[in-house]
Design a protein around this ligand. Structure first.
Ligand SMILES: [Zn+2]
Length: 148
């Protein structure tokens, strides 16, 4: 059975590879203008968009951050809330931080597994993945970039 060469590489604003998403998800990111197409498949389109193979996130906020050390910035709950600003599931005010893959199931407390969330979404999702909970991440968690 043919697959729709289904994955799109997502780069963060600093061009570091983050992860892969489905084409459908990639198109949603384009539609919401959180990412731009870096590379596309020649001659193919997906609705109004070029058929993406590589996306890059647009994250102006993250670019303001400056860290003294050369390594990845330490992941903290406050940092995740600063990065995301709003609940990753509903876009409302975020009071808490959610493990996308629940901690109890091996999810790490890392930039790419934590998102800001409001209490109702956090409770609704509970000990499940977003897919299991039927909840959609509206943002892709990423490691914040350093200031240029
Ligand atoms: Zn929410």
């Amino acid at each position: 059975m043919a697959t729709v060469a289904a994955s799109v590489l997502v780069l963060n604003a600093g061009y570091e590879p983050l992860h892969r998403v489905t084409v459908r998800h990639a198109i949603k990111m384009l539609h919401r203008e959180v990412a731009v197409v870096e590379e596309s498949r020649a001659g193919l389109t997906f609705g109004p968009y070029p058929f993406p193979t590589v996306l890059r996130l647009i994250r102006y906020v993250a670019m303001k951050w400056r860290y003294a050390t050369g390594g990845a910035p330490l992941c903290t709950k406050d940092g995740v809330k600063r990065r995301d600003k709003v609940c990753a599931y509903c876009g409302g005010p975020a009071e808490t931080v959610d493990h996308v893959l629940p901690k109890s199931r091996g999810g790490a407390s890392t930039w790419t597994n934590l998102v800001a969330a409001c209490s109702p979404c956090n409770h609704a999702k509970a000990n499940r993945t977003p897919d299991e909970a039927g909840m959609r991440l509206q943002v892709q968690p990423y490691v914040p970039a350093y200031a240029a």
